[in-house]
Design a protein around this ligand. Sequence first.
Ligand SMILES: *Cc1c(COP(=O)(O)O)cnc(C)c1O
Length: 428
Amino acid sequence: MSLYERARAVIPGGVSSPVRSFGAVGGEPFFVAGAEGPYLVATDGTRYLDYVQSWGASILGHAHPALVEAVQRAAAAGTSYGAPTEREVLLAEAIRDRVPSVEKVRLVSSGTEAAMTALRLARGATGRDKIVKFAGCYHGHVDSLLVAAGSGVATFGLPGSAGVTPGAVADTLVVPYNDDAALDAVFAEHGADIAAVIVEPVAANMGLVAPGAGFLSGLRARCDAHRALLIFDEVITGFRVGLGGAQALYGVTPDLSIFGKVIGGGLPLAAVGGPGGLMEELAPVGSVYQAGTLSGNPLATAAGLAVLEQLDDALYVSLADRAAFLAAGLTTVMGEAGLAVQVPRVATLVGLFFSPTPVRDYEGAHGADVKTHAAFFHALLRRGVFVAPSAFEAVFVSAAHGWPDLERTVELAADAAAEVVSGAGPDC
Ligand SMILES: *Cc1c(COP(=O)(O)O)cnc(C)c1O
């Protein structure tokens, strides 16, 4: 029996998170035996140049020596205490010192938990019920945010998953990304009831979609006018597009920010941050309850601190250069092969849409050609390059991706694109 068959016998779909299945591209996922720098090594010994990087968590590449050492040292001193530690303070200080809007931080264990906490805090602090989210933005599997995309106009959400009750999403309003008019309509109708607007300041879960000019500042202004809170979900963008996250990149200050992925360095760690007064609405000071047995876990804080120590402006400049090289290279070779693609880039983040026109919202993203994407995914994988097994994810370049790796990736992409166009690849 293959490992995948054994996995499916005891784990639904054989995976611990659905995005890891090859459901969207066909075929069977490989299993990882280990990883180093830009590479994943599969259980059959195949080495893949990895552009998933734990869905963006590993900005330094895999098994960075400083991180490995920090985690080993931490583990030897105990893996969890259920009592406060110095590293929680150090990590909170490190986040506060880097992110403009953050004065106080609550550490949690996943982005989902951070989103859930931010919403509860926003509702508790404002005494209002409604939340605005954008179609195509992902904030973890929080019930009230698992809402099907409304298309075109602002709409009351319908549950996007079985098991989410209509009641759980009754206070969620869904608006198209980059659509100021729809936002105005929703504020005009519900302004006095809106606790918060939650947004990915750069959308990276419907492929990569940049905020249009003035979109984020417009959001800030509307929230101010209606005394709603603005929540930036920086779980991907935080410490990824730059030290200060998207809020520093675009110069727009949210009330609350949530972080995950990069700040945990591949361990379960996420955070909610904001102004001191607002954050102190959280228990034990305030009346908004929130807790976690493993919150601020000593291994996770050790990993987070080790990563943050490596990140400086020079690293982001170098990472953005690499991302730009990859984006330009992909644009060229895919175009030469005759494939209509968009390769958007925001700082260090790269996207890839099989679409003839630029994508600015969820509806546009879903116009992309997922069949060609799937063929390209497999053609690349056969050549030893692993990108996300979905047409709606970002391409993550890490600091461990060297120039030769990137050059080889572009060459292999050219080869893969030619195969896709010729239809020569095996069926999958
Ligand atoms: C990954 C992600 C989350 C959820 O984080 P988990 O740690 O998987 O729960 C939330 N928001 C964004 C923008 C994400 O990319």
